[in-house]
Design a binder for this molecule. Structure first.
Ligand code: NAI
Ligand code: OAA
Length: 336
């Protein structure tokens, strides 16, 4: 029995993400929460003849907390794409003022109704919203850092696609699983193309092409924001990426093989490898890195990758760390 709750289920990401989750045979119950339109989304999905049951929860007023608490009750995994997306000319940090309080109130609901759930945070700015959730759960005395995941999977998905596009004929996107570390906005996103199966392809590029490729991964979100021209940001590719992380987590419960994904996590000393990682990232409390997944959440941080980076990547990391420190501080201060 696996219950998954989607908070913000009627949105641009929430709808296709809920569709993908409805198709997952490991999920028995899908719980859809939003402040608008969610009954229609639920009715539509409920006709699909996959086995997960579908329930919807819509608050009757701003003060009504029962819908959220009902949606979350007994949830094993909670995915949060609730909040506002960017318009052209905005940074992810510009979303902080609106999304920070949305995230905080949702985290309070989680603390009350599903304190043991795995929480996957999609809402931007991820660099700050994840610390907000951590602080909120800490205050409520239910925080387990191994169960909190900032969703940065879209950066990896993009990094794989964009390098393959530079080598048409001799590679395809599915050949790659590029490590992208750091955070999830602009220069805090650091693709480590020099490591693993991407290295030989990356090394064939000119210096100019390398720079352009890294910039494209760091600012890939802007491409979609501009193309949508005021109608929002990435939703379909994001639903795919969020689903990939959720699916991997569920798979890790029963898999005999190691399941590893990248996530923006709290480098808390209770997690194996986190103290080593924290030292390597200059003491930052949050950072996206590959982690080993399992029944209890994040079982181990694969920090070794940080010891293998090239001199150029080291420079990118220095910039990322400086910006991340500010984003984390802002989230922690708000969460408190
Ligand atoms: N982590 C990542 O890689 C990515 C993150 N995002 C972020 O995801 C968020 C959602 O994006 P979209 O789905 O495109 O936006 P959207 O506006 O289409 O959908 C957001 C949904 O959240 C709902 N919502 C608002 N307040 C709520 C609350 N208090 N409780 C529950 N639901 C609430 C809205 O009613 C709406 O249905 C944005 O913050 C966006 O920046 C987007 C793409 C990639
Ligand atoms: O760019 C945005 O605002 C949405 C996002 O996080 C992404 O597409 O990576």
């Amino acid at each position: 029995m696996v219950k998954v709750a989607v908070l913000g289920a009627a949105g641009g990401i929430g709808q296709p993400l809920s569709l993908l989750l409805k198709l997952n045979s490991n999920i028995t119950e899908l719980s859809l929460f939003d402040v608008v339109n969610v009954p229609g989304v639920g009715a539509d999905l409920s006709h699909i003849n996959s086995d997960a049951s579908t329930k919807t929860f819509l608050p009757s007023s701003k003060e009504d907390k029962t819908a959220l608490l009902g949606a979350l009750k007994g949830a094993d995994l909670v995915v949060i794409p609730a909040g506002v997306p960017r318009k052209p000319g905005m940074t992810r940090d510009d979303l902080f003022n609106i999304n920070a309080s949305i995230i905080k109130s949702l985290a309070e609901g989680i603390a009350e109704s599903s304190p043991k759930a795995f929480v996957l945070v999609i809402s931007n700015p991820v660099n700050s919203t994840v610390p907000i959730v951590a602080e909120t759960l800490k205050q409520k005395g239910v925080y387990d850092p191994a169960r909190l995941f900032g969703v940065t999977t879209l950066d990896i998905v993009r990094a794989n696609t964009f390098i393959a596009q530079l080598h048409p004929g001799d590679s395809k996107p599915s050949d790659f699983n590029v490590n992208v570390v750091g955070g999830h906005s602009g220069e805090t996103i650091v693709p480590l193309y020099s490591i693993g199966s991407s290295a030989s392809f990356y090394n064939k590029l000119s210096e100019e092409q390398k720079k352009e490729l890294i910039h494209r991964v760091q600012f890939g979100g802007d491409e979609v924001v501009q193309a949508k021209n005021g109608a929002g940001s990435a939703t379909l590719s994001m639903a795919y990426a969020g689903y990939r992380l959720a699916e991997s987590i569920l798979k890790s419960f029963t898999s005999k093989e190691e399941v590893v994904e990248n996530t923006y996590l709290n480098l808390d000393a209770s997690i194996k490898g986190a103290a080593e990682a924290k030292k390597l990232v200059g003491g930052l409390e949050f950072f996206s890195l590959p982690v080993k997944l399992g029944k209890n959440g994040i079982e181990e941080v694969k920090y070794e990758i940080l010891t293998k980076v090239s001199a150029d990547e080291e420079k990118l990391l220095a910039v990322a760390k400086e910006q991340l420190a500010k984003n984390i501080e802002k989230g922690v201060a708000f969460g408190k």
